[in-house]
Design a protein around this ligand. Structure first.
Ligand SMILES: [Zn+2]
Length: 420
């Protein structure tokens, strides 16, 4: 009997060791990826722009103020400062008892500007990030989506569609869509592989382990292009809607993870909190362009976000600072992302000229209304024109040299330029 037990134990031990092999190999591959990224970051073209200053930050962060988060202000401020973030847009869950947006971080702490916002529900079960937040946040869940958006626009607040996969009121007047969400991505991770990657890869390369699970948000981008194109079509009609922008959200709660031993007072052994702020703030950021003549402020930031003067950078893969996408026609020269410009007559054709600059050699894809319009492999820049082709133009940039999955998951996603 004892012998049989011993044999079972040895077989189980052998199986446990054997299933580690692929994860040890993955740990080796993540290490190689980190080396490639270090080399890439050294090859970046530093660009300066006289017209705009670039600021980077994150959108959609929670603390324990709004429930189901374990994060506190100390951890949040330390993580934002350590990552040199210029801004963090807080989106606290609402409470019936108190105004979470005014009690969360507002103002400059260290080198980071915090703006207190809310994540809100409407009576139609739609969810928005409302920035800045409001004492009425809780009550909005009794108001239909159209009423909520009317109120938010009248109060000059930003309304960004959160969880677009569950959103229903696509006909309404929102300002933008959170097309990429770290939390949604993390929830799609296979828990089995995540546990073993957590043991082998996470301790040394937390953000790269998480980034290796990233997937291009195909459906959200398709929806974005569809709505943006529709809004452009209605631009000169009474049914006019705002030109929409796209955003990446961290949806950081600092609450996803597990610990194998320990207690809830913080004494933990083998503790994997995969969405701690410091890691999450290195992954996906919103880079915002603000007129160089304007000082950086809460108002300037919200205005630039509202106007689409920003792009998504998966900075864990390489620093995206300095990316540019601009267009020119008769009236406008070098109009930045978020602009709407008119085609103009050039030698008999209605034409617009575009330029893209990438900080690294990369594959640059230009989409028009969701279809590939131009593609340039191994490029640091791309210039092209469009004749007689109004539409919504936006850019995705890929670092194919990092290998899968990054040949299918963009490194940069620009906001569009609207051409009519
Ligand atoms: Zn959230």
């Amino acid at each position: 009997m004892k012998k049989a037990l011993k044999r079972i134990f040895l077989v189980l031990l052998a199986i446990l060791v054997a299933i580690q092999a692929p994860f040890i190999y993955r740990r080796y591959k993540v290490g190689k990826l980190a080396e490639k990224i270090a080399t890439l970051n050294a090859e970046r073209t530093e660009r300066t722009d006289d017209r705009f200053n670039e600021y980077k930050g994150v959108i959609h962060a929670h603390t324990n103020l709004g429930g189901h988060s374990t994060g506190g202000f100390d951890e949040l401020i330390a993580a934002a400062n350590a990552n040199d973030l210029d801004f963090v847009l807080m989106t606290e869950h609402y409470s019936d008892a108190f105004d979470t947006s005014s009690l969360t971080l507002n103002g400059v702490y260290g080198k980071t500007l915090f703006v207190g916002g809310n994540e809100i529900d409407t009576a139609d079960s739609d969810r928005f990030l409302m920035i800045p937040g409001s004492p009425d946040a809780a009550g909005l869940r009794k108001v239909p989506t159209t009423g909520v958006l009317e109120k938010l626009h009248a109060e000059n607040r930003l309304a960004i569609v959160a969880y677009p996969e569950k959103f229903k009121s696509w006909d309404s007047n929102f300002d933008g869509i959170e097309v990429f969400s770290l939390n949604t991505n993390a929830k799609k991770m296979n828990p089995f592989t995540a546990i073993f990657d957590g043991i082998w890869s996470y301790p040394a390369y937390p953000e790269l382990m998480l980034a290796s699970y990233f997937k291009r948000p195909d459906e959200n981008l398709r929806k974005f292009d569809e709505i943006a194109t529709d809004n452009l079509r209605k631009i000169d009609t009474p049914a006019r809607k705002p030109m929409i922008s796209l955003f990446a959200g961290t949806d950081a709660h600092s609450n996803i993870g597990f610990h194998l031993f320990g207690d809830d007072t913080g004494n933990r052994i083998l503790n994997f909190k995969i969405d701690n702020y410091a890691t999450i703030f290195r992954l996906a950021r919103q880079h915002v362009l603000i007129d160089a003549s304007r000082p950086f402020s809460r108002e300037a930031l919200i205005e630039a976000l509202k106007n689409g003067r920003s792009f998504i950078g998966i900075d864990a893969l390489a620093n995206t600072e300095g990316f540019k996408f601009e267009a020119s026609s008769c009236e406008d020269t070098n109009a930045p992302m978020g602009s709407d410009i008119e085609l103009c007559n050039d030698m008999g054709f209605s034409t617009a000229y575009f330029s893209v600059e990438s900080p690294l050699e990369s594959r640059i894809i230009v989409y028009r209304g969701g279809s590939v319009f131009r593609e340039a492999p191994n490029s640091r820049s791309l210039e092209f024109s469009s004749k007689e082709q109004p539409g919504v133009y936006r850019v995705e940039v890929y670092l194919d040299q990092l290998g899968p999955p990054f040949d299918k998951m963009p490194w940069i996603i620009s906001n569009p330029i609207y051409v009519r």
